[in-house]
Design a protein around this ligand. Structure first.
Ligand code: FAD
Length: 262
């Protein structure tokens, strides 16, 4: 038996960098360095663990939709141990929202062939956490989201979802889409051997025409969400200093009460 896993990995702007909006109110991606979304490293890790614990022949494909530099995210996932990569890139993707992104990912996943899709719980930039559910809907397969433990056995994916009040044991028959949380297990660091091996692993590039998607279905034109205005966050102001001259505790309590912290 063989198991084909597709892991969706997003290339995100580095949150520690200075980020700006472009004139059309999209994020200026040329202006800032990017990296593999940290939360997607957990998804790659779970795919690798499923492969290591399986007697089946497991093939792990990492998939990204993003600009030229998004190849860096694929390379990192390949150096962690994924087998091959797919990069969907097209100028007409500029401004694509979550619904458009899910269309492109779903078409690419169908074209690649899959038994199991593993996504992160949310990207570290958009943080909507909606793409896995949108993917399951588009692919017409079950979704088991926000898992902190995941395994595959006899054509079934199983996992544990931890909530505030209870932990649920969930399962779905394959093919299926799952998303994993940052509690699913520390992601491994790429080894030197892994980094060298990644250079030789295949990276396939597809554009919209390869996926039979029209330009109007994606990009700013196809987006269901429109950004009307955007403003830089104001610079932080200096904090309030309470000097203790005998009544420090009282003053502190009054300050906290005035800010509605207590
Ligand atoms: C070429 C391009 C241009 C874009 N332009 C804009 C723009 O102008 N303005 C704007 O606001 N947003 C833009 N986006 C971002 C895009 O809207 C988001 O990727 C999308 O809305 C998903 O939302 P999210 O990041 O909150 O995903 P979430 O739902 O939080 O993501 C959950 C999981 O889905 C998967 N996933 C999400 N996105 C991708 C991806 N691109 N590739 C692979 N896996 C993914 C990951 O596994 C992730 O952990 C652009 C994206 C691309 C690829």
């Amino acid at each position: 038996m063989s198991l084909r896993i597709v892991v969706t990995v997003k290339y995100v702007p580095d949150a520690t960098g200075d980020r700006h909006f472009a004139d059309d109110l999209t994020v200026d991606r040329d202006d800032v360095d990017g990296l593999l979304s940290e939360l997607d490293e957990y998804a790659v890790e779970q795919a690798l663990q499923i492969s290591e614990n399986s007697d089946d022949d497991v093939e792990i494909t990492v998939l990204t939709v993003g600009p030229e530099d998004a190849k860096d995210a694929l390379r990192k996932a390949l150096s962690m141990g994924a087998d091959k990569a797919i990069h969907v890139e097209d100028d007409d993707l500029h401004g694509t929202d979550a619904i458009g992104t899910s269309l492109v990912l779903a078409k690419a996943i169908e074209k690649a062939g899959y038994d199991l899709v593993i996504s992160g719980m949310a990207s570290t930039d958009g943080t909507m956490g909606v793409v896995p559910a949108l993917l399951a809907e588009r692919l017409g397969v079950p979704q088991v989201t926000l898992l902190s433990e995941v395994s595959v056995e006899d054509g079934t994916v199983k996992g544990r979802r931890d909530g505030d009040a209870a932990s649920e044991q969930l399962e779905a028959s394959l093919p299926a889409v799952v998303s994993v949380t940052d509690q699913s297990g520390e992601a491994r660091y790429p080894s030197f051997k892994g980094i060298m091996a990644a250079k030789k692993k295949p990276v396939q590039s597809w554009d919209l025409s390869d996926l039979e998607i029209e330009a109007e279905e994606v990009g700013l034109e196809g987006a269901y969400t429109v950004v009307d205005t955007a403003a830089e966050r104001p610079a932080r102001t200096a904090g309030t200093i309470v000097k203790d001259e005998g009544e420090g505790g009282k003053q502190l309590a009054e300050y906290l009460a005035s800010q509605k912290f207590v």
